[in-house]
Design a protein around this ligand. Structure first.
Ligand code: HEC
Ligand code: HEC
Length: 378
């Protein structure tokens, strides 16, 4: 079966394959209605969501952490960040976070790739990845997508172009001793962000790839698990590798009024700002932190559903609380994941914060929840 898709692709009939895909995606939502067990989010929309989170947090990190603090307090970002008490480069931040979510074993895989990588680790490892990278165009933000069989399952893969959006991308790569390419220009596609999503619900039958009436959908709770894993990994990497390290080295601390005080944003603020940046993509994906005891009034439960969810995840914290709501003409899928006091720092800061209505949080207590929502149909 794998051979059947590999062959036409490798012999170069890529356009036809992509065309079949395009047709497929145009027809997929109607098929979903006919078969309620296949109800879900088209795989390409799922990878769009994950990609928007990955790029939003890298952009916020590059601009508001590396860029701003580089200027205001001469904080350095360096490839050898571990040895030099410096910040990791944005590409390294992305890779640390991807490693964290890839290692969760939930099927989601994110990688930063290039045909001309500084770090050989970032080379494509399959012919399809190479083909995908070659297929990326600077005139479109659309990913190159395909399907492969992996570990007895169909996997949807999408490579999104990674474009030299600023002069610094170009100058750093062109002058890097390990860069095999020295003539990148502003606006060039420098590489790609590869996102793998397994399609456990697509049968492994011969006609699995034919397109006709088949549904490449991902169940919405799996999509929200992937978005949650990506967000949680970003926040984890930010807390562990930036906030804690910088504080321990006595370089800079995280403060609520980070913008005015040349400081690092708090982890909750990092997430909030990533959410604002991701919303600019207008995909309909939303996420935020809420609590029954919020420091910020904006983080109160916004409705009955969110209040019930917070109570429910307190009792049953292993799975998120799921639901659907109607907003306008759209039905939104909503998932609320428990957010625990995973370190003493969470407890100490919230308990001592003048605006915190609860002063007796303890380690491992439930402090609130992460809300993730997106439209069910486009
Ligand atoms: C200060 C130097 C520097 C800047 C600025 C920089 N990069 Fe990189 N980039 C690197 C290094 C070093 C790596 C290798 C990281 C690793 O070890 O995986 C890398 C990795 C990458 C990769 C993975 C392939 C590879 O070369 O290993 C891509 C794609 C990439 N960068 C794109 C960009 C883009 C797009 C920008 C601007 C938005 C940018 N880079 C800005 C230094 C830089
Ligand atoms: C240095 C102080 C500090 C630390 C450390 C901290 N928080 Fe917060 N947290 C805040 C502040 C301030 C807000 C409100 C941010 C805003 O304005 O939206 C917040 C917001 C939140 C919210 C949203 C509800 C609310 O209270 O407004 C949750 C949930 C939350 N934090 C959980 C955590 C967890 C879990 C940790 C540890 C992993 C943590 N926090 C660490 C200060 C902190």
């Amino acid at each position: 079966m794998g051979k059947r898709i590999n062959k036409p692709l490798l012999s170069g009939v890529v356009a036809a394959f992509l065309f079949a895909f395009a047709i497929f995606f145009l027809t997929s939502s109607t098929s979903a209605q006919q078969n309620p067990t296949m109800d879900g989010i088209p795989a390409k929309v799922a990878t769009d969501y994950i990609h928007s989170v990955v790029t939003a947090s890298r952009e916020f990190y590059a601009k508001q952490i590396v860029g701003r603090l580089g200027k205001s307090i001469s904080l350095k970002a360096s490839e050898n960040w571990e040895q030099e008490n410096a910040l990791p480069l944005p590409a390294q931040f992305l890779k640390l976070s991807a490693k964290n979510s890839n290692d969760l074993g939930i099927g989601l895989k994110i990688r930063l790739l290039s045909l001309n990588p500084i770090n050989k680790e970032n080379s494509p490892v399959t012919d399809l990845e190479t083909l995908g990278l070659r297929g990326l165009s600077k005139s479109s933000t659309e990913p190159f997508t395909w399907m492969v069989q992996r570990q007895g399952m169909w996997t949807f893969q999408a490579i999104y172009p990674d474009v030299a959006s600023s002069e610094s991308c170009v100058s750093c790569h062109n002058t890097h001793p390990k860069s095999p390419k020295k003539d990148f220009q502003l606006g060039d596609v420098m590489g790609g962000i590869l996102i793998n999503v397994p399609l456990s619900n697509v049968p492994l039958t011969e006609k699995g790839i034919s397109g006709e009436g088949e549904v490449f959908m991902v169940p919405p709770q799996i999509v929200s698990d992937y978005v949650h894993a990506t967000l949680d990994s970003d926040r984890h990497v930010y807390t562990e590798y930036i906030v804690k390290r910088m504080k321990a080295a006595g370089i800079v601390e995280a403060k609520e009024s980070w913008l005015d005080e040349n400081a690092l944003p708090l982890p909750a603020q990092f997430l909030l700002n990533t959410g604002l940046a991701a919303r600019r993509n207008k995909l309909g994906l939303n996420f935020r932190l809420i609590s029954l005891w919020p420091i910020s009034f904006n983080n109160s439960a916004a409705n009955e559903f969110e209040r019930n969810a917070l109570v429910s995840v307190a009792v049953n914290p292993l799975r998120p609380y799921l639901g659907k709501t109607k907003r306008g003409r759209n039905t939104y899928f909503q998932a609320i994941y428990p957010d625990f006091a995973v370190s003493q720092a969470c407890v100490d800061c919230h308990n001592s914060h003048p605006k915190s209505p609860k002063k007796d949080f303890q380690l491992d207590d439930l402090m609130g929840g992460m809300v993730i929502s997106f439209p069910m149909k486009k």
